[in-house]
Design a protein. Structure first.
Length: 363
């Protein structure tokens, strides 16, 4: 190629998503494979979403409302904040990118755990910033290591609570101690994509006291507990001055009108949300029991997925599971060669996963 690619961007490895269902159907000639690889919601989404979206279809010749007035006001009311504290995104991925572009000058540093959600690194590099990665300590965020890595160039710190991919968490006490050691001019991004699934009350939840610390930017998503991954809606809650910057640089129509309507309807159906959380907890309890029964070690989790240690090369197991029509995630690209990550499915899917795993491991 005769064009010169930006040096930072040349170092970006393409994002590897969970294998899509259709791809497995095509490549392995399997009908009805089961996907437990992208932490999606196995029970779908609220029927209210379906109705609201169907009704809105007739207006799709119009541009979306850029302010997403109804959704913004609904979220503001839910969290006792103002619409000026909210930034909506085409998934929370979008807001991660906006933060990197809004707050990094070339060469500025953004700290993050290693491994972590790939979008942090990709967005920071795309914004010409420098990702500084701090290895996990015993599968959990190394908060002391993050503090030790702060330099005069640090502008952003990304933390994920509960953590993807290990499922570990940060307690309130741990967060408070950590934040006291972060300088005033550093933004702490707390990605709470899985917070709805947390069962342990000691876990930090930044929206129990929203905006208490002006450095904290909370990221939430409709992709997991609400089951709207395909619609692409996420939101950030933050100090209004930070929000103002992000709203200046976002695409004016970054949340499409069906996504806005879907998110509003999803917020109106608390019964569905509770059912989705209950299904997840039942699924985790079942999987932990079954895996313990065949002597497989799992990491504790507060999310909708768990990591299991096969103590053999997990990529091979992953591939054999694919042939049986069960898609999970090998953790080798995260540096955990013997681990799989699996999210909870429906009862039937969880049973099918265990059966396939037993077959592959000859247990
Ligand atoms: C799934 C996930 C998200 C959500 O991404 P969307 O763009 O909102 O679908 C964000 N952060 C982490 C760590 C995730 O695992």
């Amino acid at each position: 190629m005769k064009f010169k690619i930006s040096e930072q961007i040349a170092t970006i490895k393409p994002y590897v998503a969970g294998k899509p269902l259709k791809e497995v159907e095509r490549e392995y000639h399997i009908s009805n494979p089961i996907k437990l690889a992208s932490n999606e919601n196995p029970i779908g989404f609220s029927p209210k979403v379906y109705d609201a979206v169907s009704q809105h279809m007739k207006d799709m010749n119009r541009y979306p409302e850029s302010s997403a007035y109804v959704l913004n006001n609904k979220l503001a009311k839910k969290f006792h904040i103002t619409p000026q504290n909210i930034v909506l995104g085409n998934g929370s991925d979008d807001i991660i990118a906006l933060l990197a572009h809004g707050f990094l000058n070339p060469g500025d540093e953004a700290l993050m755990p290693l491994p972590s959600f790939l979008m942090y690194e990709i967005s920071v590099k795309t914004a010409k910033g420098v990702p500084v990665m701090v290895p996990l300590a015993d599968f959990a965020t190394n908060l002391e290591g993050l503090v030790d890595s702060i330099s005069s160039k640090t502008r952003l710190i990304f933390i994920t609570n509960p953590f993807n991919p290990t499922g570990s968490t940060i307690t309130c006490d741990e967060f408070n101690e950590f934040s006291q050691n972060v300088p005033d001019d550093v933004i702490i991004v707390v990605d709470e994509a899985y917070i709805e699934f947390v069962r342990d009350d000691a876990v930090y939840n930044s929206l129990k006291n929203p905006l208490q610390d002006p450095r904290v930017v909370t990221l939430r998503t409709f992709s997991k507990a609400y089951g709207l991954a395909g619609f692409r809606v996420g939101y950030g809650i933050m100090d209004s001055q930070i929000a103002e910057i992000l709203n200046r640089i976002r695409q004016p129509f970054n949340v499409n009108s069906l996504a806005q309507v879907a998110a509003v309807a999803a917020l109106d159906d608390e019964a569905f949300l509770n059912k989705s959380i209950r299904t997840t907890h039942d699924g985790l309890d079942f999987l932990f029991d079954e895996l313990a029964g065949i002597g497989i070690r799992c990491l504790p989790t507060q999310s909708n997925f768990l990591m299991l240690d096969l103590e053999i090369d997990a990529t091979q197991v992953f591939e054999q599971m694919l042939k049986l029509g069960v898609i999970v995630r090998s953790m080798s690209s995260y540096g955990y060669d013997t681990f799989l990550r699996v999210n909870t499915g429906t009862k039937e899917e969880n049973i099918a996963f265990i059966q396939a795993l037993k077959k592959v491991l000859k247990k």
